[in-house]
Design a protein around this ligand. Structure first.
Ligand code: ADP
Ligand code: MG
Length: 247
């Protein structure tokens, strides 16, 4: 494993050791180790089918049939590629779903909607939202829980390019404000470089590369440092340095 990073500088909030998962004969995770520090933003890259979602599900306790040691904070939230809103509940109720039904919860839900600029949509049905708006509601639903760990599984993968750029800015703003540890699964190398403190690559069931992104924010795709890192990541992923870096 190529590692040019010392163990997480802050106290780790995520510790995964020797995580293994097989579906029948297909070994998807074959001894994966990872630590994520408090407030650290990590992007996880890997080819389609490499096991990124499987690993995220293990961290999110959505899959109990995983071998190895996993420690994650109790306060965590997940956002998927699809917003997964309940169509029979209004937007605000979607944000506060599962929380105690109190005036305080309602106020927190409205505040979370305000943070994603959707306060005006609190009383509408999810079906009236655009894809980007629905995904912002999903972000609000995650944030209202004030998670110590935010798990994001290709959260912008279904959005058009312009909406995705706006969502990057929004996620950065929310991350700075709330400072959760983040694990962002993405197949988009540029998204990883733009947003993360550290990028890891999953290959053959283990972390094959783990590198900090030592580029000050705001980052631009075409800067020398970003281009160098992009080439390195694409090489690790086994793809050539095409203009469109998506896998
Ligand atoms: P990624 O998110 O990196 O695209 P996944 O973690 O979804 O990959 O899947 C990794 C591999 O595990 C794939 O080959 C996929 O087909 C397989 N897999 C995932 N979930 C299941 C399942 N429930 N049953 C059988 N195979 C699965
Ligand atoms: Mg996946």
């Amino acid at each position: 494993m190529a590692t040019d990073l010392a163990p997480a500088a802050t106290k780790p909030v995520v510790i995964a050791r020797d995580v293994r998962k097989a579906f029948g004969d297909h070994q998807v995770l074959s001894g994966l180790d990872l630590e994520i520090g408090a407030g650290e933003f990590v992007a996880l890259l890997g080819r389609s089918g490499s096991g990124k979602s499987t690993f995220l599900r293990a961290l999110g306790a959505l899959d109990s049939e995983v071998d190895g040691y996993v420690r994650v904070p109790a306060k965590q939230a997940i956002v998927f590629q699809e917003p997964r809103l309940l169509p029979w509940q209004k937007v605000l109720t979607n944000v506060t779903v599962g929380l105690p039904s109190t005036a305080q919860t309602k106020a927190q839900g409205i505040a979370a909607l305000g943070e994603v600029n959707l306060e005006s949509k609190a009383k509408v049905w999810p079906r009236t939202l655009s894809g980007g708006e629905a995904q912002r509601v999903a972000l609000a639903r995650a944030l209202v829980r004030e998670p110590e760990l935010l798990l994001l599984d290709e959260p912008f993968g279904a959005l058009d390019a312009l909406t995705r750029i706006k969502m990057h800015g929004l996620l950065q703003k929310l991350y700075r404000r709330h400072q959760p540890a983040v694990l962002l699964v993405t197949h988009d190398v540029d998204e990883a470089i733009l947003l993360a403190d550290r990028v890891i690559v999953l290959t053959d069931g283990t972390i094959s590369l783990d590198t900090p992104v030592d580029v000050p924010q705001p980052r631009t795709r075409d800067s020398h440092e970003c281009s160098t890192l992009r080439r390195r990541l694409l090489r690790e992923l086994g793809v050539s340095d095409e203009p469109d870096a998506a896998l």
